[in-house]
Design a protein around this ligand. Sequence first.
Ligand code: 4AD
Ligand code: MG
Length: 449
Amino acid sequence: MSRYKSYLTIEDLHKVVGEEITLRGWVFNTTGKGKLQFILLRDGTGVVQCVVFKGNVNEETFEAGKSLTQESSVIITGKVKAEERAPGGFEIDVTGLQAVQIAKDYPITPKEHGDAFLIEHRHLWLRSSRQNAIMRVRAAVIKAIRDFFDGNGFKLMDSPLLTPNACEGTSTLFETEYFDLGKAYLSQSGQLYAEASALALGKVYTFGPTFRAERSKTRKHLTEFWMVEPEMAYFDLDDDMDLAEDLVEYIVQFCLKTCTKELAILERDTTFLEKIKRPFYRISYSEAVDYLHKNNIPLKKKVDGQEVDILPFPWGEDFGTVQEEAIMEQFDKPCIIHRYPTEAKAFYMKRDPENSKVVLAMDMIGPEKAGELIGGSQREDDYDALMKRIKENDLPVEAFQWYLDLRKYGSVPHSGFGLGVERTVKWITGASHIREVIPFPRMIYRIVP
Ligand code: 4AD
Ligand code: MG
């Protein structure tokens, strides 16, 4: 008797070929004629075809099999057979079958449904094989991230989600009342706390949900998304970029190794992913702007509600999708763009000592229209310079007093970055919209289910 028998899953069938086993799952699909019924069973780990032959079971079992509908829950006993032609490579010769609950009129049928319908039924849509594969890749991405940091001397130091101040600009803050203490905000990034943690523990990472009251209605923006944020004492911008490359290479190679089945279900062409090995490309913001000029790529700006093209692209503006995608056309691997204009970036970034117009910032842009995967920087470590930036940005000095303290007591050069989990999963899976890569997406127009 196999010890895998009691809670055996479809992905473990290869361990029990020839044995009689029991599977617990749901009906994907049924077909049948005369004395034969074919039940396509799913259990979350895979699908397997179960064959009910009238001669092998009693009348009651055969009738129970016939009563099964799409998504009915069922417990099936049978003998495992290797069968090359069957999906997954195995087949079950059914000897017993027990319907747990018969589903009536399951709303998602194999026919095409519109996006709006599917997203409204997200709680059920997650059962489909594409969504199942995406969620499994997501779990692999998260495991890769944790393994990478835990294995490289980083300590997990989670940051609070309710915070008294902004981190990434005040325009995308979710606000809430906080007892008698006034307003609190949902965290846009754990970075400021990660900095305090790094000065205490050296190399740390925070990993959790972050919130942006983003008005952007794009395929790459969520209002709640997961971000991993490493922060390292004594790291400069170059060290920061090296670490970002190491991390992304590790995640992609881990997924290629452990998610072959999922990427096949998703029909993902992995040619580009296989090339994701260091070194990636690196260019400065100014070099990127030169490229935009040479290729006549404009800045797209809304003026009086109308989108207008501004040429040549003005130095000083941040890049959007149009510019990122144009710049990435030259590259088959991610590219890090560094040293952005001070006014385009957050208050906490350190000025480049060699050029005060730019900060020691870096964004990693992915190939295949993946967009910005990572945003990071070397942090301003000088008390006076940071105070000046807080004031220039009209931020409340009191709320940042504790953060300023870090520059008073043993300040050191330090750097970090944030990698968006959903952006990364979207890229690796090739999903067309970011809402497909998080179990229950939160967007401007959606909070249910
Ligand atoms: O570039 P961002 O805003 O950087 C920060 O928050 C820094 N404080 C991180 C740090 O240095 N510790 O965000 C980092 C990443 C982006 O590159 C992107 O991958 C993802 O977070 N991201 C989003 N993902 C989904 N929906 C959104 N609205 C996102 N905004 C940012
Ligand atoms: Mg950014």
